[in-house]
Design a protein around this ligand. Structure first.
Ligand SMILES: Nc1ncnc2c1ncn2[C@@H]1O[C@H](COP(=O)(O)OP(=O)(O)OP(=O)(O)O)[C@@H](O)[C@H]1O
Ligand SMILES: [Mg+2]
Length: 327
């Protein structure tokens, strides 16, 4: 399968402040804030929606292409992704910029002060599927990215007849109602969480029914520990979540879910099973810090899947590497 994953690729810098922000913010000095918090704990994690989705697809035995723009500091990250089976040949380096970076400082009350530096990601709009020589392209994933890039990729997929999964998520706020309707119009699969579903519905002015039940596309709405629901043109599937063995960090659970679902569809299993593969992939991500802090082999995945669900042997395909037609 040739799967091209587009979207953000970033470094996440996560700091912990061993105090309380409110004790240092002077209400009568709000017009000239000058604060510096000494932190004694910092982690740098591999992140970004596209990179997370690609990483999880690679764990499940795919060799996805990651398409995006990154900065001069990407070397180590590229090695990490390549060593786990992600093809980064469509990931363009911008030598004058840094890779998109997320900086979050969290205090003892869980309050956060964060900044997201777009960096090289702002140039993702310059990439085009017309310049990609890989054919056939079986699926493109359009996940949160530079908003103009998302608009361009959706239009190009429609022009070129490439199936795509539309995942506007965090960028729903930055896309216009018209752009969102265009993105939705041509997609084969929409995946959002329940909050984003409501936001998307309100911004586009479409009814819930119109978003969920379109003749050509399937719609997936995730609800955290409440699982997820999949609507196809004629059926609704309720998908349970998989209870975690230990709760670590919810960063990247949504991305992992998408990868599990996509892998299931690539294998040609039913929507019911593909959704459950999404649930289990998400639970692995939940149990470890960051969006790429977890690891498993396809054998371990199948064994754990069968502790929860009956696949009637369908997941043997994950072990043999043989796919079937998508449902
Ligand atoms: N606490 C949890 N326990 C078990 N499964 C979970 C939990 N939270 C999330 N999941 C799984 O992950 C899927 C996606 O979760 P969620 O709806 O929170 O995505 P999201 O809001 O897009 O997350 P993200 O923070 O990654 O953007 C759920 O449908 C479920 O299968
Ligand atoms: Mg999400």
């Amino acid at each position: 399968m040739n799967i091209i994953v587009t979207g953000s690729i970033s470094y996440d810098y996560l700091m912990r402040f061993p105090g309380r922000f409110v004790e240092h913010i002077l209400p009568d000095q709000l017009h000239r804030i000058s604060l510096s918090f000494l932190v004694d704990d910092m982690r740098r994690q591999w992140g970004g929606c596209a990179a997370n989705i690609a990483y999880n697809l690679a764990l499940l035995g795919e060799r996805p292409y990651l398409m995006g723009t990154v900065g001069q500091d990407f070397g180590e990250y590229r090695q990490w992704l390549e060593s786990h089976g992600v093809d980064t040949s469509l990931t363009r380096e911008e030598p004058d910029l840094f890779t998109a970076s997320f900086f979050a400082n969290t205090d003892l009350d869980g309050n956060q002060i964060c900044s997201f530096y777009t960096g090289a990601m702002a140039r993702a709009r310059e990439l085009s599927f017309h310049n990609v020589s890989i054919r056939p392209i079986d699926l493109v994933v359009i996940s949160p990215n530079d908003p103009q890039a998302m608009v361009r990729y959706a239009a190009e997929c429609q022009e070129l007849g490439i199936p795509y999964l539309y995942d506007p998520s965090q960028q729903i706020v930055r896309l216009s109602p018209e752009e969102l309707r265009e993105g939705l119009k041509g997609c084969d699969l929409l995946v959002v969480n329940d909050y984003e579903f409501e936001l998307l519905r309100q911004k586009t002015g479409l009814s819930a029914e119109a978003v969920q039940r379109a003749p050509k596309r399937a719609c997936v709405v995730t609800r955290g520990p409440g699982g997820s629901t999949i609507w196809t043109h004629d059926t609704v599937y309720e998908i349970p979540a998989v209870p975690p063995r230990a709760v670590g960090d919810p960063t990247g659970v949504g991305d992992a879910y998408r990868a599990g679902l996509i892998k299931g569809l690539c294998l040609g299993v039913s929507w019911d099973l593909a959704g459950r593969m999404g649930s289990l992939a998400a639970t692995y991500a939940l149990e470890h810090p960051g969006g790429q802090g977890h690891f498993y082999t396809p054998e371990e995945f199948v064994r754990r899947f069968r502790e929860h669900f009956d696949d009637d042997g369908a997941l043997d395909r994950l072990l043999s590497g043989k796919g079937g037609p998508c449902p």
